[in-house]
Design a protein around this ligand. Structure first.
Ligand SMILES: [Zn+2]
Length: 276
């Protein structure tokens, strides 16, 4: 099913009504009905249901297929509902809901950190003129935070470098990735991250595509690069494992709706065609 999503031009409370679609969170857990948990690919996590509890936070995100769409933060799991870690949902979500939940989760997290003005300490308020929170004390405007990151597949003949993060216990392999530091270009950030995490140098750095990733407010800039020199040396604080994999003998890789999944599949298809 096609999803059309349009941002609301201001930062205003999401009002409950029978016409409003809501997506519910409990911190970084998505609250869903049992059928969504049983088969995330077949059911959307947003709903017209109104819940008989006072939300901790409710923000109007915009319009989803013509209906008002809000993100709501609750303080407990409502009766008859279940929870799923946001990351686990996104790794199982269809492309159609991936982008919308990505946006909702980022705004949910950001708004939960916007209680007081970072300049004068006054309470922040919704702003009906801009997509920002505003300070009634000093006029400071706080805009949603976006943190640019690089993510890259590295090619070495018919092999690609894939890694497992030390943060997650899973058999899935993905790309090297990291935050861009203040003052760096994306390409400089990529070269530094690859050296820090894998001990190698790369060249032919080519931009491919980008995708938001709500942990907590990343904008992943996706690249392909070629191995230049150096021995693989893993930074064990960041990575549990990293290996060169032949494109015909890949491990479990990131799912296709994620930018890592898209980058890996595109490079693998390309290298396999070159080999034919
Ligand atoms: Zn202020």
């Amino acid at each position: 099913m096609t999803i059309t999503f349009k941002y609301h031009p201001a930062m205003v409370a999401g009002v409950d009504s029978p016409q409003t679609l809501s997506v519910y969170f409990l911190e970084d857990r998505l609250l869903v009905k049992p059928e969504v948990l049983a088969d995330p690919a077949a059911h959307f996590p947003w709903t017209y249901d109104t819940l008989p509890v006072q939300p901790k936070l409710a923000l109007l995100l915009g319009e989803l297929n013509g209906s008002p769409f809000r993100v709501v933060q609750l303080e407990s799991v409502p009766d008859g509902w279940q929870d799923i870690l946001l990351r686990d949902y996104l790794l199982r979500a269809p492309e159609s809901s991936f982008k919308v939940i990505n946006a909702a989760a980022q705004l949910r997290y950001w708004l939960s950190t916007q209680n007081f003005c970072s300049r004068c300490g006054h309470t922040l308020e919704f702003n009906d003129a801009d997509r920002a929170m505003s300070c009634a004390g000093c006029g400071y405007l706080s805009y949603p935070k976006v943190s640019p990151c690089i993510i890259t597949v590295i090619r070495k003949e018919r092999q690609i470098l894939l890694a497992q993060s030390s943060r997650y216990r899973t058999d899935m392999y993905s790309c090297l990735a990291g935050f861009i530091e203040a003052g760096e270009s994306a390409e400089e950030g990529l070269e530094r991250e690859v050296m820090e995490e894998a001990g190698i140098r790369v060249h032919n750095i080519q931009y491919q595509l980008s995708q938001a990733w709500p942990f907590p407010h990343q904008l992943m800039l996706g690249y392909v690069a070629d191995y230049l020199d150096g021995e693989l040396q893993i930074d064990s604080t960041e990575l549990r494992d990293a290996q060169w994999f032949d494109v015909d003998r890949l491990p479990t890789i990131a799912p296709p709706q994620t930018i890592a999944g898209k980058l890996i599949r595109a490079v693998v298809d390309d290298l396999r065609q070159q080999g034919d």
